[in-house]
Write a protein that binds this ligand. Sequence first.
Ligand code: ATP
Length: 290
Amino acid sequence: MMQLFIPLNFLGFVYREIRGAFANIERMFDLLEKVPSIQDSAGASNQLLSQGRVSFEHVGFSYDSRKILNDVSFTIETGQKVAIVGDSGAGKSTLVKLLFRFYDVGDGRICIDGHDIRALTQSCLRQAIAIVPQDTVLFNDTLIENIRYGRPEATREEIDAAIKMAHLSQFIESLPEGGETKVGERGLKLSGGEKQRVAIARAILKKSPILVFDEATSSLDSHSEQAILTALKEVAKGHTSLVIAHRLSTVVDADRIIVLSKGRVVETGNHSELLAAKGFYANLWRVQQE
Ligand code: ATP
């Protein structure tokens, strides 16, 4: 029996590993639509990045020869929530791609817990960051297995706790077979808001110190939006979070808001400071209120 158990157990391990790898690849494609070309440097170190303190120091970046980011500096202290806002094409998603090191910066540096990310292994860097992408990929399996994607070795208790935190319990209870309901291409189709909450549950399971939330550009109904905002608030408690925001309602409670325009930081402050400054953000706010 034991002889049979060991290979089966091993096969299960391989299956979970492969599935975990696919989850990462899918996240990559969510973010970048291509496989990164960055390699670990010769002396790359494997640090435990437990604080989740992020600093962008005079970061500049160009796609080909087109300058996209210019002298961008900001710090996110452990546990803080920082939001990036700005016009379409301002460079918000590019900041996240650089933090995840899909590309290397052209000028300046990005550090996590004081380590230049170019001196770290990509595996320890990616372990430190959980991303909730704009559009989450669900594979053809049960909802529970889709959530387990965040950390294949998670226990059922941990998955249940993540479901609760991501405000998915009510939704799951309403499904014909609860968490065992098949979802994805050939199963139940989830709405944009439900899919983002599945991504939030995955991110909770991953237990990374840094959470990046790339808000969906497509509009959600107000009930869905509220559920996501509440879920995010809970998750953010234990994390350093970076939010790429399209709707300003997401950023009102941020510790700091970075306003990007044409690849430069034009304003920073919290919501009330930026409204009082009557500048770019105040204008954006007025337009969105209308
Ligand atoms: P949005 O709010 O519309 O998502 P954004 O602020 O996130 O926009 P980015 O996606 O960072 O903006 O893009 C910044 C600029 O870089 C844009 O002009 C875009 O066309 C360009 N860009 C983005 N990705 C690439 C790429 N892979 N190759 C070349 N140019 C790119």
